[in-house]
Design a protein around this ligand. Structure first.
Ligand code: NI
Length: 184
C-alpha cells in the first residue's frame, strides 16, 4: 500500500468527468482502493474520490462515523446517518427528498478551507463493492452529505461550485465564529 499525492484545486484532473471502471474486482482497482483508503486515513479525511489521487475513474471511499450523529436519533435513523468505511465503484445516486440541508464542508483538495453548502437531505445510493457485490443504502445527514460531495468529484465538481454565498467560504481556523453564531 502507499500514501498517494492528493491533487489540489486547480489541477485539471479535478475538473474532468471520471470514467466507469470496467473490472471492479481487477488487481489494479484492488490496489487503487487500498491506497485510497490509506491516503484518506493518513490525511484525516471523511472521504476521497479517485480523481483526487490523479486517477480519473469512478471510485470513491468514505466513512460517516457515529460521532457525527445526533445521539437522540432512533436506531433506524442512526443507521441512515452513519456508514462504516465504504468503497463504492461506479456509484449512482438518487435523491429521495430534495429538501435542502445546509452544512459545512471541507475537502482534501481544498486544504485549510471550509464552505457552507446546501444539498438534498435524503438520498439513496448504489454501486459495486471491491468484492464485486452490489451495495445499496439510504443516507441522511452527514452520511448523505459526504456521499454527494464524493460523487461530485466524479463529475469534476468541487464544493465551492455548489456554494450560494461566498461569504461562507472561510478558513478552517475561523469556523468557531460561525458555529457560535448558529448556536451549535
Ligand atoms: Ni472533496
Amino acid at each position: 500500500m502507499a500514501i498517494l499525492k492528493i491533487a489540489r484545486m486547480g489541477h485539471p484532473v479535478l475538473a474532468r468527468v471520471a470514467e466507469p471502471v470496467k473490472d471492479p474486482t481487477g488487481p489494479e482497482i484492488r490496489r487503487l482502493v487500498a491506497d485510497m483508503v490509506e491516503t484518506m486515513i493518513d490525511a484525516n479525511g471523511a472521504g476521497l474520490a479517485a480523481p483526487q489521487v490523479h486517477v480519473p475513474l469512478r471510485v470513491i471511499v468514505f466513512q460517516a462515523p457515529e460521532g457525527r450523529t445526533d445521539p437522540g436519533f432512533s436506531q433506524a435513523e442512526r443507521y441512515d446517518h452513519t456508514a462504516p468505511l465504504t468503497v463504492l465503484i461506479n456509484p449512482e445516486i438518487e435523491v429521495v427528498d430534495p429538501a435542502p440541508e445546509g452544512g459545512w464542508e471541507g475537502c482534501l483538495s481544498v486544504p485549510g478551507l471550509r464552505g457552507y453548502v446546501e444539498r438534498p437531505a435524503h438520498i439513496r445510493y448504489r454501486g459495486v463493492g471491491p468484492d464485486g457485490r452490489p451495495v445499496e443504502r439510504t443516507a441522511r445527514g452527514f452520511h448523505a452529505r459526504v456521499v454527494q460531495h464524493e460523487m461530485d468529484h466524479l463529475s469534476g465538481i468541487l464544493y465551492p461550485q455548489r456554494m450560494k454565498d461566498m461569504r461562507q467560504f472561510i478558513f478552517e481556523s475561523e469556523v468557531q465564529h460561525w458555529l457560535k453564531a448558529d448556536g451549535e
